[in-house]
Design a protein around this ligand. Structure first.
Ligand code: GLN
Ligand code: ZN
Length: 763
């Protein structure tokens, strides 16, 4: 007989009112000391544990809290501190003890004047960012901290037994990067034995403190990189499984299936349990049956989606769970991954259409779903008949008629699958000089701009006054760009709170939340809109602002739109139809917007696909299919443009390896990218993929508050010119300027224009 219990992988850390954000920012600004910060941290942890306990969850996680990032926590825990942060014990500023410890921690996360922070990158295919550990042959990994232990004992002191969660050794090492100067061919994985000694020591300490279970998170097993290291996995589970003094170990995996090989290794080891994500990797069920289950072990079945906001289809989840009974000794009903990726509580969303609200579940509601499923499974359905019936009713009709729009569907059907017809732009009329200069769209969002938006929201000013202030801002930004001498101008995006939300607010089929905050990195949170129905554009979204800007200058002004893939990547998206279909609906709305911009006389339109690479599937075998629909959606949005219109695209990264062919296939006339690394390499990669259009490799990094010199920009441009002819080379910063201040932006752009002029003078 299989026993049944319940668990969640992790819960949002930021607090229902983003208390963590405020506490950290107060601490950084010197408005609060370490004691205050630690008190907030302790309170937030306690409230999560109590919530989970009161909801009836059996396995409550601990050590999922973090002041900044759990990967950074793990690096600090095992002494992976790059030499540039090996500061004196007092942090260099006379502080000692906890103050020094926190300074040191936040220095790695955020940088200090003479030591740049650890690099930050996306956590798998989510919109959460982690800090990349830097390891080298000289890194001495060892147990250097006690965070998991102290959080465990904090909970125990409250009478709550928890399951400490540790980032697993394989994931930690494969997510780390080799420090600069590491010898060719050296890999962080070479440090596995030292690291395992550290885990062994920690597991011993947790066991002595009373921990019965520890969860080791190994999401890397769902990727090609993780699947390629079966020997490392074998060493890990053998070494840790064989320890005599340890809690029971659950190796939990998520963001996809892990494949039979890894399952076989885990099955044959002394590890006590395995967690599988049955939402991202439903094929795990057959893989598991193929290896004859996990006899003698615990199976954590992730059936409640930790990545999206829809209610669980309870009957479907029960039938999946039912098919797993008998494949393990204990079945743990759980979330698919940590609930870190969803907002905390639907209760705060009083403004949502009830028809939509009834179909949603945020973290708090997902916890109840896990508990309900556990009770239904162990006590028989009768015990919870009422709740089950309610849950069934809520998901019976996935897409109510009110969420559908036949006009949109009919138009897409009529367009057919082939607006993929490639767009051929007319030759340039020579209106622009070689090495044309431009920016990526946003200008600094000043306090005045933010205040105007807040005033409008609060009803302190009316729409007319708001528009007057925005137009004044556009006037200023246009005049500044003319003065600086840029060639293709932008309106500066003052009216946009966020590049996705701005459009979501204007499109049918999208809803925005009041308090649906999700951590993006550190103290930064985002509020992803919810795409719940057919997307339709009731009215033009940007035309008034752009035409106003164009009316203020003789230079061309570039229209600015967010592309279909990015509109999906930074939203919660309906899961009742393939993403590809939803992307086409968004694309159609953009296609109409571009047509309206053209009619209004706009000749340049940029469609930002900042997230094109982010949605790339973790497994290579699934990428071609994704890229086909992603490119198709971009082409559907842009291929209706007249040959004389210049279509620009923008991407926020330069590591294109995997998608260089896709960039070529977008048919954009100009693509601007981040190029803080090597401009040459990037441009070469593009040329190798047959890219023969305009390219704007960002000439300076806007993420740092510094002003690049003319010489520095010039030398970057000269490097790019070795691979692209001057008429195809665009000159721009590497991303939008909205987070910067005018004090840096203005001189930086002047230097950029000057660098372009110097090179032009030689042509
Ligand atoms: N046009 C947007 C801006 O300038 C692009 C932002 C982005 O790429 N993330 O802000
Ligand atoms: Zn960008």
């Amino acid at each position: 007989m299989t026993t049944v219990s319940t668990a969640v992988h992790g819960y949002p850390r930021i607090g229902p009112d983003r208390e963590l954000k405020r506490a950290c920012e107060d601490y950084w600004a010197g408005r609060a000391d370490a004691d205050r910060l630690d008190a907030v941290g302790a309170r937030l942890r306690r409230s999560v544990w109590e919530t989970l306990r009161d909801a009836g969850v059996d396995h409550i996680p601990s050590n999922t809290f973090s002041y900044y990032d759990h990967v950074l926590d793990t690096a600090v825990l095992f002494g992976a501190v790059p030499p540039r942060f090996a500061a004196p014990a007092d942090g260099g500023d006379g502080r000692t003890g906890r103050e020094a410890e926190l300074r040191h921690y936040f220095a790695m996360a955020r940088g200090v004047p003479d030591a740049p922070p650890l690099e930050m990158t996306k956590w798998f295919d989510t919109n959460y960012h982690y800090l990349v550990p830097e390891l080298g042959p000289d890194t001495r990994l060892h147990l250097a901290g006690g965070k998991p232990l102290s959080e465990y004992t904090q909970a125990r002191g409250l009478g709550i037994e928890t399951r400490p969660v540790l980032l697993g050794p394989l994931t930690f090492l494969l997510l780390a990067k080799a420090a600069d100067g590491a010898p060719e061919g050296w890999r962080p994985l070479d440090l596995l034995d030292d690291l395992l000694a550290g885990y062994a020591e920690l597991l011993g300490a947790l066991s002595r403190a009373g921990a019965r279970w520890v969860q080791l998170d190994e999401p890397i097993l769902a990727t090609d990189a993780g699947r390629a290291e079966p020997e490392a996995l074998r060493r890990i589970v053998t070494r840790l499984g064989d320890l005599t003094e340890r809690p029971r170990l659950l190796v939990s995996t998520y963001f996809g299936s892990v494949g039979r090989q890894a399952l076989d290794i885990l099955r044959g080891s002394r590890i006590d349990g395995v967690g599988l994500d049955l939402v991202s990797g439903p094929e795990s069920v057959t893989e598991l049956a193929a290896v004859s289950g996990l006899p003698g072990k615990t199976l954590a079945a992730g059936v409640v989606d930790g990545r999206n906001v829809w209610r669980t289809d309870i009957p479907a989840a029960l039938s999946t769970l039912g098919s797993l009974l008998g494949l393990a000794d204990e079945l743990v009903v759980s979330t698919s991954c940590s609930l870190l990726h969803v907002p905390i509580d639907l209760a705060a969303e009083t403004g949502l259409d009830p028809l939509l609200r009834d179909r949603l579940a945020f973290a708090r509601q997902k916890v109840d779903e896990v508990v309900l499923l556990g009770r239904a499974l162990s006590g028989g359905h009768d015990a919870v008949a009422g709740e089950l019936a309610r849950a069934r009713a809520a998901t019976a009709e996935r897409t109510p008629a009110a969420f559908r729009d036949q006009r949109v569907r009919a138009r897409l059907d009529a367009l057919g699958p082939e607006p993929a017809r490639r767009r051929i732009a007319a030759p340039d009329t020579g209106a622009l000089p070689p090495l044309p200069t431009t920016t990526i769209g946003s200008f600094p969002q000043t306090d005045d701009v933010r205040r105007a938006r807040a005033d409008l929201r609060a009803g302190r000013i009316d729409q007319a006054e708001y528009e007057r202030r925005m137009r004044a801002e556009i006037d200023r930004v246009i005049a500044l760009q003319e003065d600086i001498g840029l060639d293709v101008l932008v309106h500066g995006e003052p009216e946009r709170n966020d590049m996705v939300q701005y459009f979501a607010e204007q499109l049918d089929g999208y809803a925005v939340t009041r308090a649906g905050w999700v951590q993006s990195y550190g103290s930064r949170c985002v509020r992803p809109p919810i795409l719940y129905g057919d997307v339709h554009r009731p009215a033009p979204m940007t035309v008034d602002w752009i035409t106003y800007a164009q009316s203020r200058t003789g230079k061309p002004v570039k229209g600015m739109l967010t592309g279909p893939v990015t509109m999906l990547a930074w939203s919660f998206v309906r899961d009742d139809q393939p993403l590809a279909e939803t992307a086409r609906q968004v694309a159609l709305a953009l296609r109409d917007e571009i047509a309206d911009l053209e009619r209004a006389g706009i000749r340049h339109v940029q469609v930002d696909e900042a997230a094109l690479r982010e949605l790339l599937p973790l497994r290579a075998e699934r990428r071609a299919e994704y890229l086909a629909w992603a490119v198709g959606a971009f082409r559907l949005a842009t291929s209706g443009a007249a040959p004389s219109t210049r279509i620009h695209s923008h991407m926020c990264y330069s590591e294109f390896g995997d998608i260089v062919g896709a960039i070529e296939a977008l048919d954009a006339d100009v693509t601007s990218v981040e190029a803080a690394r090597s401009r040459m390499e990037l441009v070469d990669d593009l040329a190798a993929a047959g890219y023969a259009r305009g390219i704007g490799p960002g000439v300076y990094d806007i993420h740092a508050p510094r002003v690049p010199s003319v010489a520095e920009i010039e030398s970057g441009l000269r490097a790019a010119l070795r691979a692209v002819p001057p008429e195809r080379l665009w000159v721009n910063p590497d991303c939008g300027l909205k987070t910067r201040g005018y004090a840096e932006v203005e001189p930086a752009l002047r230097n950029m224009v000057e660098a372009a002029r110097r090179i032009r003078a030689e042509l």
